[in-house]
Write a protein that binds this ligand. Structure first.
Ligand code: ADP
Ligand code: ZN
Length: 213
């Protein structure tokens, strides 16, 4: 399957994407993970992205399209992909449309994962992320077995730099201003699947239903 996952920070795009990869071998492509990897590695890309990320602002469309133009051409994408955190602005969505047309590819749909703001705020402040493999934990509902250590890979599990209260509130505003308009964009394209996300399983079921799998 080839899907876009839309939703505010903390809506559960990453969790849903990981569950979907197990269904049919599609790959999860998270621009956030790619950028965090670049920052950790200290690469040129990382240096360009770091300040915007830390403040909870968006990285430039040009930088993102450069990354995704390369990424979508890699071999593993033939099995399908779940775009997690991309596109995030109208110019990115338009550029993606042109890119896919030039590659002769078509997406199945754009899934809007809709979650109430108070749920999101609570989730983001209690979320912890593995610095090794990106596994997501929650200090209240899903802590690692050993505090601060990833169950899967043993690397440190930490609060992300952009998960301070100030950065979170900025990320939510940025989402409302720059990314929420994509819901209408994909509605007009006839590609939107909107799901009230009561649980990640409910989202998976709605997607399976829509795709007939
Ligand atoms: P979130 O949990 O907020 O959805 P992500 O892990 O997707 O976070 O992204 C983290 C940060 O990386 C964003 O706040 C932004 O700075 C940057 N980023 C990720 N994807 C994009 C994108 N498609 N366009 C611009 N910036 C992006
Ligand atoms: Zn890990």
């Amino acid at each position: 399957m080839k899907l876009i996952l839309l939703g505010a920070p903390g809506a559960g795009k990453g969790t849903v994407a990981k569950l979907l990869t197990k269904l049919d071998g599609s790959v999860q492509i998270s621009t956030g993970d790619i950028l965090r990897g670049a920052v950790a590695a200290g690469s040129e890309l990382g240096k360009k992205a770091e300040a915007a990320m830390k403040a909870g602002d968006l990285v430039s469309d040009d930088l993102i399209m450069g990354i995704m133009g390369e990424r979508l051409k890699q071999d593993d994408c033939k099995a399908g992909y779940l775009l997690d955190g991309f596109p995030r602005t109208i110019p990115q969505a338009e550029a993606l449309k042109v890119l896919l047309e030039s590659m002769g590819e078509k997406l199945d749909c754009a899934v809007e994962i809709d979650v109430a703001r108070d749920v999101i705020l609570d989730r983001l402040t209690t979320r912890r992320t593995c610095t090794g493999c990106g596994e997501i934990y929650n200090v209240k509902s899903n802590p690692p077995k050993q505090e601060g250590i990833c169950d899967k890979c043993g690397e440190p599990v930490v609060q992300r730099d952009d998960e301070t209260e100030e950065a979170i509130s900025n990320r939510l505003n940025v989402y409302n201003e720059q990314t929420a308009p994509l819901v209408d964009f994909y509605k007009k394209e006839g590609m939107l699947l909107s799901v009230q996300a009561t649980s990640s399983d409910a989202v998976i079921d709605a997607i399976k239903n829509k795709l007939g799998i």
